[in-house]
Design a binder for this molecule. Structure first.
Ligand SMILES: NC(=O)c1ccc[n+]([C@@H]2O[C@H](COP(=O)([O-])OP(=O)(O)OC[C@H]3O[C@@H](n4cnc5c(N)ncnc54)[C@H](OP(=O)(O)O)[C@@H]3O)[C@@H](O)[C@H]2O)c1
Length: 296
């Protein structure tokens, strides 16, 4: 029997990481989760995994864990400045194969805080001797643990009116979390994906208005959209930020909503058969989970 490859996963307890762990286990890898003392590992209950303790703030802990591994899957964000040290530690520990999560947000024209750190990390990865693959997902959604879509679902389930900052016609292409997890498991041993980066988006782009309509229809709700001109939106979010109970938005979030965010995934199709769900298909799953949770 072939020896199972040992794969260390950072960010394993996170929203995307837990699905990555599941897919890697299902694909027959020996999975080790790099977790902090404060990590809630109960999200990984039921998976056949081992745990190693460490913190990316302390690269020596990663070095100790990586020495015994064949592959690193770094799902934890590279937006906090850990990227270059993770690359260095991989090289020192002799782990050549590494998959990194970045984000399509590196292409924003806005001055986003984490953009510089992520670009520095991508540079360090590309200049390394590693057999790396970089994945750049668009906005990730798909379960109640996601950051954005669940907020919209809850809002539309509760209120019949939604304010939209700007015309809502900018395109976006959110990606279903399980499509990313499958992508990781598919590429681990595919040398065609070495030293390459891939933008990973959902099947087709859609406008924010279409996102709202799709979610509202699936919830069986009639929702009225009130469009607030962009400039007025920026004034508004500033004035309501101190009112308790109201959702908080940053100017960057409002401007980003009005930026086109479509990305081709064609090279991922060619190199490893990436076949993402449409937004309709993916969000149907998320709403099903949300509704079954609410019924309990
Ligand atoms: N969410 C999105 O829409 C989106 C879009 C594009 C790209 N991405 C990228 O995709 C990846 C996954 O995102 P996500 O939203 O699923 O992540 P997430 O839920 O925020 O999970 C973050 C994970 O990183 C771990 N972590 C944080 N700081 C750490 C440290 N110092 N040492 C060790 N582990 C640490 C967390 O561990 P604890 O459990 O201990 O906190 C957690 O497991 C990230 O690289 C993110 O930048 C996300």
């Amino acid at each position: 029997m072939a020896v199972q490859k040992k794969v260390l996963v950072t960010g394993a307890t996170g929203f995307t990481g837990s699905f990555v762990v599941r897919e890697l286990c299902a694909s027959g890898y020996d999975v080790f989760c790099f977790v902090r003392g404060c990590s809630d590992i109960s999200v990984l209950n039921g998976y056949q995994v081992s745990y190693v303790n460490g913190d990316l703030d302390h690269p020596s802990t990663l070095f100790e864990s990586l020495k015994k591994m064949d592959v690193l899957v770094n799902v934890a964000s590279i937006g906090f400045g850990h990227g270059p040290s993770i690359v260095r530690v991989c090289e020192e520990a002799g782990v050549k194969r590494a998959i990194f999560f970045s984000t399509t947000a590196v292409f924003t024209t806005l001055e986003a805080n984490s953009k510089i750190k992520r670009l520095e990390a991508e540079k360090a990865i590309k200049e390394s001797g590693l057999d790396y693959t970089i994945f750049r997902p668009t906005m990730i959604y798909g379960t109640m643990r996601d950051r954005n879509m669940i907020k919209l679902i809850k809002f539309l389930d509760r209120f019949p009116v939604i304010p939209i900052f700007g015309p809502g016609e900018a395109l976006q292409q959110p990606v279903y979390v399980k499509d990313l997890a499958k992508a990781v498991a598919k590429v681990v041993d595919v040398s065609r994906t070495y030293k390459k980066d891939y933008n990973l988006s959902g099947k087709e782009p859609l406008t924010y208005n279409e996102v709202v309509d799709t979610v509202a229809n699936l919830l069986g709700k009639k929702v009225f959209k009130i469009h607030i001109p962009l400039r007025a939106s920026l004034v508004l979010i500033n004035s309501v930020k101190l009112i308790p109970g109201l959702p908080k938005f940053t100017p960057e979030q409002v401007l980003r909503l009005n930026e086109n965010k479509t990305f081709s995934y064609q090279t991922a199709v060619e190199d490893f058969g990436y076949a993402p769900l449409s937004f309709y298909e993916g969000v149907t799953e998320e709403i099903r989970e949300y509704q079954s949770y609410n019924v309990k």
